[in-house]
Structures are given as C-alpha cells and as structure tokens.
Write a protein that binds this ligand. Sequence first.
Ligand code: UD1
Ligand code: UDP
Length: 352
Amino acid sequence: MKILTVVGARPQFIKAAAVSNIIRKEFDEVLIHTGQHYDENMSKVFFDELNIPKPDYNLGVGSGNHGKQTGTMLIELEEIYLKEKPDMVLVYGDTNSTLAGALAASKLLIPVAHVEAGLRSFDMNMPEEQNRILTDHISKILFPPTKTAVENLNNEGIKDNVHNVGDVMFDAVINFKKLSTEKSNIINILNLEDKEYILTTIHRAENTNDINRLKNIIEALNESDRKIVLPLHPRTKKYVEDYGLKFGDNIKLIEPVGYLDMISLEMHSQKIVTDSGGVQKEAFFMKKPCITMRDETEWVETVENGWNVVVGTDKSKILKSIVDFVPDKPQEDIFGNGKAGEKILNILRQRI
Ligand code: UD1
Ligand code: UDP
C-alpha cells in the first residue's frame, strides 16, 4: 500500500515524527511538505532533530491569504496525487495544509485518513475549526485522540471508521524526552533556573490579528512579577512590530526553538501560558499548570481534570492565574498510552 502524507506547519512535523517511521515499517510512504512553514527554525530544525524522513516533495507554497495559500496547495497536490497514485492520503491536525491535502484527495476519490480528527472549538470564525470540520467530513478513516473528539464526530453523524488511538503528540514527547535531556542546552544558554520562569507562546490568529487582544496579553505578561520566556512565532513578531507593541524587561524574548529545546523549556518551567493547541497538551504531559489565553479550548479534558484554565485575554485573569492557578487533582489518563503511532499502523494494516 502506498500512503501519501501531507505536512506543512510546525505541529505537523512533530506529529509526523511520531508516525512516519512507524508506518514505513510496512508501507511505502511518500512525504509532501507544502512549504506553509519555511523558516529554518519553523521547519528544517524538526526534520533534522527528529529523524523525520526527508520530504519527497516540497511545494514551497509559503505565506499568503487563506484562499491563495490553500488553492496553490490544491493545484500542486492534485498533480502529485495523479502522478503517484497513492492508495491513501494521510493528513494531520487542522491547518490549511490539512484541508488542501484532504480536499485534493477526496476530489480524486482517494481515501483520506485524518490524524487528530474530531477536535472542535465550536467557533467557526477560527480558520482551524473550518479546516477540521471540512477535513473530518471528507475523511474515510478518522483517528480522534480523545473521547470528546469521538463524541464530536458522532454528534456530526460520523460513526464509521472512527478509531480513538490516543494522541500522537504524547508519543512524540515520550519518544524525544530522553534525547532532549541529553542534547538540549537551552536552560544553560538562557541562564535559567529550574522552575523559576513561566514559558509562554502566542500565535493564534484571533489573538494576533486583533490589536486589543494582543495588547492585553503583552501588557499582562509585562506586568507579571515572574520571569517569562517567550519563543516568538513569526506571525506574532510581525503583528507586534506592526502595532508598535513593546515587551518588558521581565520577558526573555527568543526565536522559535527546535522541539528538543522546547521540551526542555517546558520540563523546567514553573507554569505554561499559551494559546497553542499542542503546547496545552504538552503542559499536561509534563505535569505543568497550563493557562490558556483563549475563549475556549478543544482540549476540554485537560480543563475538566483541573490542569488547564481558560482565561481568554483578560489582563487581570491572566495575571491572577499566573500567580494562583495550581492543579489540585491527580492526572487522569486522557491521551492514551503513547502508542498512537503503532495503533494507527495496526488499523491501516486492517484496511488492506
Ligand atoms: C498555522 C496554522 C495554525 C497552526 C500554526 C502552527 C492555518 C490557517 N494556521 O498558523 O492552525 O496553529 O500554523 O504554528 O493553517 N511566517 C514566517 N515564517 C514561516 C511561517 C510563517 O515568517 O516559516 C509568518 C508569515 O508572516 C505568515 C505568518 O507567519 O504570514 C502566518 O503563517 P501561516 O502559516 O499562514 O499561519 P500560522 O499563524 O503559522
Ligand atoms: N514548538 C516548538 N518550538 C517553539 C514553539 C513550539 O518546537 O518555539 C512546538 C511545541 O512543543 C508543540 C508544537 O510546536 O509540539 C506546537 O505548535 P504550535 O504552537 O505552532 O501550533 P498548534 O499546536 O497550536 O497548532
């Protein structure tokens, strides 16, 4: 069986790192990088560090408006699908690369497998929500990572070929934690002490496109009495510059880091403040209190279990939770057993 996998953005490289080498044990995989993310520290570093197979194609699509970016991918992907004639297309998550990968396949009647299916924020203004819903409804095999994700699919009438395999990002953390401890020197380089800092990431469209939300977030971080380490996403950097916003002296602003450094920064942090989907989960895996600067989350189990608090972009709520928020319950088993990649392989094998 020939599987064609489409990736394009940072979190998809990390997800592919947990799956590609496993499915290659039994199937032919052709890997396509759309080029949605292209800076060395948003793309190449992950392939180098995580032993992800080199992409067979890089479409070099780059940044742009949603229509142009997704449309360009569609045109290029269709040509490759027609040439490669895959038996299945595998996509991850909810980016424009996910939607383009799935839609190009679906139109050619090539079955689509969607890893991280069924997540919902119930906010159709989010580009990710549009991408997820559309992708799930044209997928033939769905790999939701949580019970809630299965329920979301069932509620939309998607009941066949739905397999809760757990979360591939849990596999990734388990697989790469040791390597991170051995190889990453970021804590020394940044002169940080264990648990002395808050790790923050910001990149969500709704938090960066809207000057008031971004201003609130940055003011809250600036007014915090804690040291804050902030690897700045290129999207956020651009908006911060455009809006003329300034970071305070308590904020250690750094370039986006590779995954091994990121895991190390997470492991040694006191708390994590983020609007990222992946980082919310990693906070849970690392047993760190997570403060989510969004109005809702797809990862509702982490909130119900008491390890994540959703605070929006209200300055006082962010500041208060940085000081006060402490989980008071033992963690429940939410994301499976770290063998999602193997489970995906088993299910794909049964398809033959
Ligand atoms: C995308 C995904 C989002 C995901 C995020 C992961 C969509 C609609 N959004 O958001 O779901 O959470 O990736 O990080 O697919 N840029 C660079 N260099 C790069 C990449 C981006 O400078 O290598 C800058 C460009 O100014 C670009 C902006 O970041 O316009 C946004 O990039 P884009 O890929 O469109 O969306 P993300 O915000 O990264
Ligand atoms: N990440 C990273 N370096 C960084 C910031 C994030 O390696 O500087 C990793 C993080 O550990 C997680 C993934 O990128 O595995 C999350 O991606 P992102 O926040 O860009 O997107 P989302 O998960 O919100 O779609």
